[in-house]
Design a protein around this ligand. Structure first.
Ligand code: CUA
Length: 306
């Protein structure tokens, strides 16, 4: 019933989950049987059936107080240990900065490389995520790793995990953060240590020889632009790319302008400077995460969508 256990923390978390579940089921069955049995045993037999006055029964009362107390203390102690473990990353953990924006996840590596909606990590090494939000409250959740933490604006929060084998795991946002909350998903790619190192070195330069249109098409997917902008004329949270290039656009301010290079560039770097009529000012800025060459490539790609 549970997702696969793909981190070192998963087994302990599941053990506690099963303990709580099983004790609850046992108590539920026991109490239900007692209720049914007592209702039958002490049913009213005749009209002058009168219940004797019962004040208390110390032995019974202590029993039904102490047993649940012990159970609750076990769950508390066990949960606290897990919580403390989850909150304190090992000293040798590899650190990755996570920035949440409506509605995408950015991952900043120590080389300066930034990936969007793709978290790349090495297996068998603790990874610490230092997280913050650029706008509203989000929550970072990887079910396979059993880790989850709120991501807040103006404040860092952190979680850590150690993936036990190479593979892929889905990342969800679990705090309602606006219209595209349910699309705020990303993927974790767990590599072997060597593969990860190679990826880190090559990731930043992989696009260098690519054709601009092809690169642009890749970038809009990789940077989660497609969460809000379609390429086929469908209206999502933002205007579609289809037919955008060269079109006359009316802004919320009433001003009309032509969608040219400058307009698209400004929309990427300062999305809220001009808002197209009928849309909300919800796009995050890509200033600092897309360079000039990448912005040009996206413009070249949009030009082809007539
Ligand atoms: Cu971000 Cu929900």
């Amino acid at each position: 019933m549970l997702p696969p256990q793909k981190s070192t923390l998963a087994e302990g978390t599941d053990a506690l989950f099963h303990f709580i579940n099983i004790t609850s089921v046992i108590l539920l069955i026991g109490i239900t049987i007692a209720i049914v049995y007592f209702s039958w045993k002490y049913r009213r037999r005749s009209d002058n059936d009168i219940t004797p006055v019962i004040t208390h029964n110390s032995k019974l009362e202590i029993t039904w107080s102490v047993i649940p107390l012990i159970l609750v203390m076990i769950v508390f102690g066990w949960g606290l240990t897990g919580y403390v473990n989850l909150s304190n990353a090992p000293d040798d953990a590899y650190e990755i900065r996570v920035v949440a924006k409506s509605w995408l996840w950015e991952f900043h590596y120590d080389t300066g490389f930034v990936s969007v909606n793709e978290l790349h990590v090495p297996a068998n090494r603790p990874v610490k995520l230092v997280m913050s939000s650029d706008d509203v409250l989000h929550s970072f959740y990887i079910p396979d790793f059993r880790i989850k933490a709120d991501v807040l604006p103006n404040r860092y929060s952190s979680v850590w995990f150690e993936a036990i084998e190479p593979g892929e795991s889905v990342i969800f946002c679990t705090e309602y953060c606006g219209t595209a909350h349910s699309n705020m998903m990303a993927n974790t790619f767990v590599h072997t240590q060597e593969e990860f190192e190679t990826w880190l070195i090559t990731a930043g330069s992989a696009d260098d020889d690519m054709d601009p249109v092809e690169l642009g098409e890749q970038l809009v997917t990789r940077n989660a632009c497609t969460t809000c902008h379609s390429a086929d004329g469908t209206t999502l949270q933002g205007p579609s790319y289809q037919g955008l290039w060269g079109a006359e656009r009316t802004m919320e301010s009433g001003e009309t302008l032509t969608a040219d290079e400058n307009y698209i560039r400004e929309s990427i770097l300062e999305p809220n400077a001009k808002i197209s009529q009928g849309y909300q000012p919800v796009m995050p800025s890509y200033s600092g995460s897309l360079n000039d060459r990448q912005i040009d490539a996206i413009i070249e790609y949009i030009k082809t969508l007539q």
